[in-house]
Design a protein around this ligand. Structure first.
Ligand code: SAM
Length: 660
């Protein structure tokens, strides 16, 4: 059984929501909104600081305890009420160990009619909150990074400094760990010399801990029945315990000279899902983006299948791929449902992972026992599988797990829609043969002498294995894995949900459905093969014999593509070092993989990779596009430090030195 206690249990007493775990309220009953404005906005001087932001600046707020989101929603409202020029952004980061269930959050906030619009915007995105980082986007250049997990573990995973802290854990007497010196020291690590903080409590131990962590603390008048509150500023010189971590400069976030957004031109190479999502994430932030595609059509290669499906790489035992899947699944799901037309371009039909062999049965059970939200995964037996799938299953015993948010979609439609933006210029039939750094810009050399903008400030390679043609040093680290899908026409199928076993089968759309996909290593040809169609059919011939037996090979069309993958199956996302210089700078790693080296990394300036998503591009490429936009705009990243480093392209160079 999935853990029904994933969400915070609450109890209503006289119309007031209490946390059962902490026996405490989420905000003052005198007036939740007024308290937020008084304690957190006024004592961080937000209105004034919002109004004084410079062009291109991102104001970063972090909060300990998202709870009902009231702090976030009132801050969003304040941000919108302040007159500012364009190109300023607000980034709100909040940590939450025990997220409220979506219905409970609504029920709490709906009590404040003046927040109705903001609540609607939050509610449409507040779902599938698996552990980890979640990126939510709001109008008026506002981003929320909601981090589901214990702040003690998650804060060290934050790579960005914060301008204002909202300290809003439950009362220090009921939740000491949100106020202890260890956590406040970690908060201090995420402050700069102008960082402020505010909190509703005036607890004397909290005050002493704040001072010990380096904050200059002032006492103010408390809200309503509270006598005092605390607020103040960070003063680095007061902090005695700022520890230095072992430098790994080859993974550092690059400190490239910033370009004004209005003067930036970002070139994106490739129009698969990765290129399209990256271009869109940048265009949404105001960047001018030029996208190059060597084929006449977008999404002509691995993102060109008739149907694809949204699925994760789930593991009950954590790890970078699981963390990435947890963050990326909600991100892609929301992107797809807000970009495409339901039932035409995609269907939110759910997905069943069958327990088709003993290994998969075990994996399913482990996942069911992991503490994951009940609406994400549930156990299904044979009868339930038949009901959900709309098909009689020809097996005596079969069980599986049901992912209610699983879907099929048409990847080329997603690519086209994402590229359809006034800030994106698409150039097809344009093959970039060579890239060259020239003073402050990237020069792109094209095969047919098409005119290319000459002031390209940033370059993002989203061209899968073809990146090797532009950066040959990457060749040993990327591989192509052939995969063929089979599209069935003229056979009616009543399948209602995606089924995954050895392969997958999708429900019908416009009289066609898909079976997929083969996995062939060391095969460099892209011909469509009868043998591969047979393999795709065979995967379901025992489970759905009535359907599969109707299909003859000549009713099948299909496509063979290469999935580009690394050897650790994680994509390459982020900046990349100059390889020769890297080998010189970090040669010591060959002798000692933990060598203390502080030579700054010589990155290829303003060059970024978002590629090698393997068979999981629909899952991981959109979030990774957002991460690239975070890097370029120097905003907080939508992933933890662990995931950032697990995706860092330089890892392949590091491994080569450590283990040649
Ligand atoms: N800021 C919230 C609002 O505007 O509704 C109210 C926050 S409530 C007072 C405190 C929140 O901190 C609770 O939602 C609780 O689950 C969360 N919390 C408690 N301990 C935590 C921890 N160790 N890490 C992250 N969140 C925690």
């Amino acid at each position: 059984m999935p853990n029904q206690q994933y969400y915070a249990p609450i109890e209503w007493r006289d119309n007031v929501a209490y946390s059962i775990l902490f026996n405490d309220i989420f905000f003052s009953q005198a007036s939740g909104i007024e308290e937020k404005r008084y304690v957190f906005h006024q004592h961080n001087n937000l209105a004034d600081r919002f109004a004084r932001l410079n062009a291109g600046e991102v104001f970063v707020i972090a909060e300990s305890g998202f709870g009902s989101g009231l702090n976030f929603l009132t801050t969003l409202q304040l941000w919108r009420s302040i007159r500012r020029a364009e190109n300023r952004s607000l980034h709100f980061i909040s940590f939450e160990k025990y997220p409220l269930a979506p219905d409970d959050l609504r029920k709490i906030v709906i009590q404040f009619p003046e927040l109705t619009n903001e609540l609607e915007e939050l509610s449409t995105q507040y779902y599938l909150l698996l552990p980890g980082h979640h990126r939510l986007t709001f109008a008026n250049n506002v981003k929320l990074t909601l981090i589901i997990g214990d702040i003690q573990e998650q804060l060290p995973q934050l790579s960005h400094k914060v301008d204002a802290w909202f300290l809003d854990g439950f009362s220090p007497t009921k939740n000491e760990e949100m106020w202890n010196l260890q956590l406040l020291n970690e908060i201090a690590m995420h402050c700069h010399s102008n960082t402020t903080f505010a909190t509703y409590t005036a607890n004397s131990q909290v005050r002493r801990n704040l001072e010990a962590a380096g904050f200059t603390v002032q006492k103010g008048l408390g809200f309503a029945n509270k006598r005092n509150l605390l607020f103040g500023k960070f003063n680095q010189h007061n902090n005695q315990s700022m520890t230095k971590k072992t430098p790994r400069p080859y993974y550092a976030i690059p400190d490239f000279p910033t370009h004004n957004i209005t003067q930036s031109i970002v070139a994106v190479i490739g129009t698969g899902i990765s290129g399209a999502a990256t271009a869109r994430a940048l265009a949404n932030r105001g960047y001018s983006v030029v996208v190059f595609e060597k084929n006449p059509q977008v999404a002509s290669e691995a993102s060109g299948n008739y149907q694809g499906m949204l699925y994760g790489s789930w593991s009950a035992f954590g790890g970078a791929m699981m963390e990435l899947s947890c963050s990326a699944y909600r991100f892609s799901h929301y992107l797809i449902k807000t970009t495409l037309i339901e039932h035409t371009d995609f269907a939110s039909c759910g997905l069943i992972q069958l327990g088709h062999n003993t290994q998969q049965v075990k994996r399913n059970q482990q996942l069911l026992q992991a503490n994951l939200p009940p609406e994400f995964i549930s156990a299904v037996d044979k009868t339930q599988i038949e009901q959900l799938a709309g098909f009689a299953i020809n097996q005596k015993e079969l069980n599986g797990v049901y992912f209610r948010h699983g879907m099929w979609l048409k990847p080329p439609r997603l690519v086209s829609e994402l590229l359809n933006h006034p800030k994106i210029k698409l150039i097809t039939n344009c093959e970039i043969m060579q890239i060259e750094r020239h003073a402050e810009h990237w020069l792109l050399h094209e095969k047919n002498n098409i005119t290319i903008p000459d002031k390209i400030t940033h370059l993002v390679l989203c061209n899968a294995h073809a990146a090797v043609d532009l950066i040959p040093d990457l060749a040993p680290f990327l591989r192509k894995i052939r995969g063929q899908t089979s599209v069935v026409e003229n056979i009616s199928s009543s399948l209602k949900t995606v089924l995954c076993g050895n392969g997958y089968i999708t429900p019908e759309s416009n009289g066609k459905f898909t079976l997929g996909a083969t996995f062939q290593f060391n095969d460099q040809l892209l011909d469509v093969r009868e043998q591969d169609h047979q393999e795709n059919l065979a995967n379901f011939s025992d489970i759905l014999p009535d359907l599969i037996s109707q299909i003859t090979i000549n009713q099948l069309s299909g496509k063979a593509n290469f999935r580009t993958s690394t050897y650790d199956y994680l994509p390459l996302v982020g900046p990349l070092a100059d390889y020769d210089q890297f080998n010189r700078d970090y040669a010591k790693l060959t002798k000692d993989k933990n060598a203390w080296i502080d030579t700054p990394c010589n990155y290829l300036p303003n060059l970024w990779l978002n590629l090698a998503h393997g068979a999981k591009g629909l899952l991981t490429a959109p979030l990774c596009g957002e991460i690239i936009a975070d890097y370029i705009s120097q905003s907080p990243l939508s992933c933890s430090e662990n995931v950032r480093i697990a995706l860092h392209p330089n890892r392949v160079y590091v491994r080569k030195l450590v283990k040649p």
